[in-house]
Design a protein around this ligand. Structure first.
Ligand SMILES: C[S@@+](CC[C@H](N)C(=O)[O-])C[C@H]1O[C@@H](n2cnc3c(N)ncnc32)[C@H](O)[C@@H]1O
Length: 260
């Protein structure tokens, strides 16, 4: 485990995804995203960028043993963990592949989703096109992505917070503001948007927010690259670590139907 300047261990990717899903806001948005798919027994659902299988169990519960769940990811470590978690679960299959070229046949699924995946891929529009391709006409596609330019924290110097967001959006996340584009991406892929919601996950515990949002580790990176003044970062973080902390950001959730 590598310690950073501010003494924060960098989380391992699997542990990090588990932490996010276990927070109150994490559970709340995942409950919403699952309900948006209108799953029922017997359906087939594709989870593109399934990670360590965070949601495969819940998807399998919803479609029951008469349905199918296909998780796809390109990361061997994630695939290994997803397979370990779902071993022995009837109807669950984990496939290696690129979300931009899904290893799933045309019209093979009733539902497809991508949860916090588009922000990381080279061409988000290709993923949306793939989700549409694999879902039969009349089926649903659900997308959830944050918009990291909307992160607000309090207390703390507003200008330092803006500089932090600029660094995260410019250097840390490939498509950091994809959330606001989700509904347009779905429409441009020929999908009929049936719901476009903005959720506002809010964290009131600094330690949890620090883990989930990387406040200290990304501030350290920004200082190291000269994009954040060291004293401004120190003062900002000291203020955030005090009482009455809050952090929130916009998380966009779009549900869309495949026409026909
Ligand atoms: C932030 S994680 C989200 C994982 C999971 N959906 C969840 O909510 O916990 C993003 C996942 O997308 C995967 N991913 C990124 N780019 C991908 C690509 N081009 N094809 C397949 N998976 C990809 C990563 O390996 C990672 O597991």
């Amino acid at each position: 485990m590598v310690q950073t300047m501010y003494g924060v261990p960098r989380p391992d990717p699997i542990g990090y995804l588990g932490q996010v899903a276990a927070t109150g806001p994490g559970r709340a948005y995942k409950t919403y995203a699952l309900a948006a798919l209108e799953l029922r027994p017997g359906l087939t659902v594709v989870d593109a960028g399934c990670g360590p299988g965070t949601d495969l169990g819940a998807l399998a519960d919803a479609v029951t043993g008469t349905g199918s769940v296909i998780g796809v990811d390109h990361d061997p470590v994630m695939l290994g963990e997803a397979r370990r978690r779902t071993a022995g679960r009837a109807g669950v299959e984990v496939r290696a592949g690129d979300a931009q070229a899904l290893p799933v046949a045309d019209d093979a699924a009733d539902r497809a989703r991508a949860d916090r995946v588009l922000m990381h891929v080279a061409e988000p529009a290709r993923v949306v096109a793939e989700l549409r391709r694999v879902v039969r006409p009349g089926g649903l596609v659900a997308l959830t992505e944050p918009d990291w330019d909307t992160l607000t924290v309090d207390p703390g110097e507003v200008e330092t917070g803006r500089a932090f967001n600029r660094f995260v959006c410019g250097s840390m996340v490939r498509h950091a503001t994809i959330g606001r584009r989700l509904a347009r991406l779905a429409a441009e892929a020929g999908l009929e948007v049936v719901a476009a919601r903005v959720l506002a996950p809010t964290l009131s515990d600094f330690a949890t927010a620090d883990q989930v949002l990387g406040l200290r580790r990304n501030a350290e990176r920004a200082v190291n690259t000269g994009e954040l003044d060291a004293e401004a970062a120190r003062s900002w973080l000291a203020g955030l670590a005090g009482p009455h902390f809050s952090a929130s950001f916009m998380l966009y959730a779009v549900t869309a139907r495949v026409p026909g």
